[in-house]
Design a protein around this ligand. Structure first.
Ligand code: MEV
Length: 439
């Protein structure tokens, strides 16, 4: 089946129509999708078996990011996020990237690092030699601890040693986790091989745990965007392109800006990571450590002008994600998310996630480099305010538009607009004029 991620006018459809359209296009069962996504994806009884001290469940909006083309293939990106405008902005940016042929992405093998700490290692050079000499034995020992992973074509593949000084010595066991995120597998490996490593290095065994700096498991994304596709309102494509490159240089030189720049990348990344039931704390920890790997915290995504005048984007980050195990087993929403995304491997998911991160960054910089983000944000924020004062159905849009047009995106403004639109006689124009603009 040829997959499609272009659904023009999607936002104008009703929720039911959106489900029907995407279920049909993605080969999903619409009833199953509706059941899974109406109740937040997890019931209380299941939640109670998942973590401790459960008193309920907590749902967030689940949306589809559209227009995403990666290596010539279309993907719909499941996104769970509470922040207005992220999904629309990423979808819009992905549509612009399509004009240049879409995203080009590559993912490393899904290799995680298992760390074994040794203390009191008197002779680090001999310890390193002993590990190298017993590499085959240690890899075999590690693999005996994870037979099902080995059966799926993964397992321990290599070892590294690091002398941290003052008798602290670390052995890394590199484990190919295939389609799992791999935290449990890697921790099992560390605990299994640590005693033998301690005896070989003549050290005292310390921690045995994965590293969340999964820098062996990186994704790289490139995009080349024709300058004409970048124009926005009165701003020419060249103007927008140059503004984005200036914004990139700012982030490359300033940690304060780089942090916000990367927050924009993570808006897209985390939304898909959460939707697919993956560990976003692990992804966040890894992303920021990777951003600081040179000693200076830097942007994960950078932008330059290409020889032909196009805008060139480059993103590189670690992404430890799984499509098997973890919450995807018990969370119906995560299951639907993975089905909708249609990825066949953890590497493919990582590429889609990284592309949504680049799209989010592009959208933010395009807005910031022109009129700023508040204009677009305010209309979306206006919808949230309209819902908060009780607008339902098409009144949400009408109240939002009215308070946005009046420059009065407040609860009071929305109450007045709602009363006026529903024909409440107690409200007159003077009332609304008195409301102070607070946003
Ligand atoms: C807001 O969630 C994200 C931005 O601040 C990112 C950026 O400044 O690049 C708009």
């Amino acid at each position: 089946m040829t997959r499609n991620s272009r659904f023009p006018g999607f936002y104008r459809l009703s929720l039911e129509e959106r489900r029907r359209l995407t279920a049909e296009a993605l080969g999903l069962d619409v009833r199953e999708m509706t059941r899974a996504l109406s109740g937040g994806g997890i019931d209380c009884a299941t939640a109670d078996k998942t973590i401790e001290n459960v008193v309920g469940t907590y749902a967030l909006p689940f949306a589809f990011g559209l227009n995403i083309k990666v290596n010539g293939v279309d993907y719909v990106a499941p996104m769970v996020i509470e922040e207005p405008s992220v999904v629309a902005a990423a979808s819009n940016a992905a549509r612009i990237v399509r004009d240049g042929g879409g995203f080009h992405a590559e993912a490393d093998l899904p290799i995680m690092i298992s760390q074994v700490q040794l203390d009191d290692v008197a002779d680090p050079a001999s310890a390193a030699r002993a590990i190298v000499e017993h590499k085959a034995e240690l890899i075999a020992l590690a693999n005996r601890a994870v037979p099902s992973l080995v059966a799926r074509g993964g397992g321990a593949v290599d070892l590294e040693t690091r002398d941290l000084g003052d008798g602290i010595f670390v052995v890394h066991i590199l484990v190919d986790c295939r389609d799992a995120m791999g935290a449990n597998l890697v921790n099992t490996v560390a605990e299994e091989v640590a005693p033998r490593i301690a005896s070989l290095t003549r050290g005292r065994m310390g921690l045995r745990i994965l590293s969340n700096l999964s820098d062996q498991r990186c994704v790289r994304v490139r995009a080349s965007i024709p300058v004409n596709a970048l124009s926005l309102d009165a701003h020419s494509g060249e103007e927008v392109r140059d503004g984005i490159v200036r914004a990139s240089r700012f982030a490359e030189r300033d940690v304060y800006r780089a942090t916000t720049h990367n927050k924009g990348v993570m808006n897209g990344v985390d939304a898909v990571v959460v939707a697919t039931g993956n560990d976003w704390r692990a992804v966040e920890a890894g992303a920021h450590a990777y951003a600081a790997r040179s000693g200076r915290y830097s942007p994960l995504c950078t932008w330059r002008v290409g020889d032909d005048g196009s805008l060139l984007g480059y993103l590189e980050m670690p992404l430890a994600l799984g499509i098997v195990g973890g919450p995807s087993r018990v969370h119906q929403g995560a299951r639907v998310a993975l089905q909708a995304c249609g990825v066949k491997s953890a590497q493919e998911l990582a590429m889609v996630v990284a592309c949504v991160g680049m799209a989010s960054n592009l959208a933010a910089l395009r807005a910031l480099a022109t009129d700023g983000i508040q204009r677009g944000h305010m209309l979306l924020h206006a919808r949230t305010v309209a819902i908060a004062v009780g607008a339902v159905g098409d009144l949400v849009e009408r109240v939002a538009e009215e308070i946005h047009l009046r420059g009065n995106v407040t609860m009071d403004g929305a109450r007045l607009a709602l009363a006026r639109l529903t024909g409440n006689p107690a409200v007159d124009e003077l009332d609304s004029a008195r409301v102070v603009v607070t946003q």
